[in-house]
Design a protein around this ligand. Structure first.
Ligand SMILES: Cc1ncc(COP(=O)(O)O)c(C=O)c1O
Length: 262
């Protein structure tokens, strides 16, 4: 393990960087520099997943779901693993991460460096096998584990709704017109989309750009895949929770790369 000490105060409030794009448009285009989350962490620093690792662990602790002595476990092929491992380990929990065995070396090093035990799963079996292996481990001793579960945890989109959306709205003085994000779990686009839609009263257009592939992670990076661009538009009615409802319009085009890891 490295000497790195996790400083959660470096999570959130990342800068917007103006991009100098060679495009015919009057639009000002910005990128949100998510690598400023845990920017001094080894193996490439943190990422947008630092946000949800914090959000999911904070939520679990506040609800009393995360007893001291419990082991935090998460299946992940990418950045969520290192961020859950870093934060949970720093909070005193044991951590186990279930990963496909073709995960990028830097991500494996980051998880290992954070003090987590890694369970590797043959990537040729597909990502479902990673999730199934995690479920098997938990089933052996359910009381010993807490799984944040980024795919189903409302604190994933909820964190983006509370933080990412507000940060973008404030940094653009409320003049944001479009928000574009890639999709893994969908937490970023759903939560930030929901927040920006509410903050701009529906004026901001929310655009999800996802790359999909039916192949396993091991081959996905080398095969062509389809990119789906989904525009989420707010319906006129509001849901029973008072939140705006986002309705997707989807168009799919051929692209050359694969889905990003989560
Ligand atoms: C660095 C990074 N950015 C964005 C995403 C997509 O985020 P989300 O899972 O919220 O859709 C992922 C995961 O897929 C990721 O690892």
């Amino acid at each position: 393990m490295s000497e790195y000490v996790v400083d959660e105060s470096t999570i959130f409030e990342t800068p917007l960087l103006e991009l100098d794009l060679d495009i015919e448009s009057d639009a000002d285009v910005y990128a949100k520099a998510e690598w400023f989350n845990l920017y001094d962490a080894p193996h490439g620093g943190g990422s947008i997943k630092s946000r949800i690792a914090k959000g999911m662990l904070d939520g679990a602790e506040e609800r009393g779901d995360l007893d001291p002595g419990v082991t935090v476990i998460e299946p992940t092929s990418g950045n969520t693993g290192s961020e859950v491992a870093r934060l949970a380990n720093a909070r005193g929990y044991d951590v186990e991460i279930v990963m496909p065995d073709n995960a990028a070396g830097g991500k494996i090093d980051a998880v290992r460096d954070a003090g987590a035990e890694i369970h590797f799963v043959d990537a040729n079996l597909g990502y479902d096998a990673v999730i199934e292996r995690c479920e098997e481990i938990i089933a052996e001793d359910p009381d010993a584990y807490y799984r944040p579960n980024q795919y189903e945890n409302p604190d994933n989109p909820g964190t983006h709704e509370r933080t990412t959306a507000r940060e973008i709205y404030e940094a653009t003085d409320g003049e944001v017109t479009h928000f574009v994000a890639g999709v893994g779990t969908g937490g970023t686009i759903t939560g930030t989309g929901r927040g920006l839609t509410d903050l701009t009263d529906g004026a901001a257009e929310i655009v999800a750009s996802s790359r999909t592939s039916s192949s396993t992670p091991s081959t996905a990076s080398n095969t062509s895949s389809r990119a789906t661009t989904t525009t989420l538009t707010r319906t006129t009615s509001r849901s029973s929770t008072g939140r705006s409802t986002l309705r997707p319009r989807t168009r799919t085009t051929e692209r050359g790369r694969s889905a990003s890891a989560t």
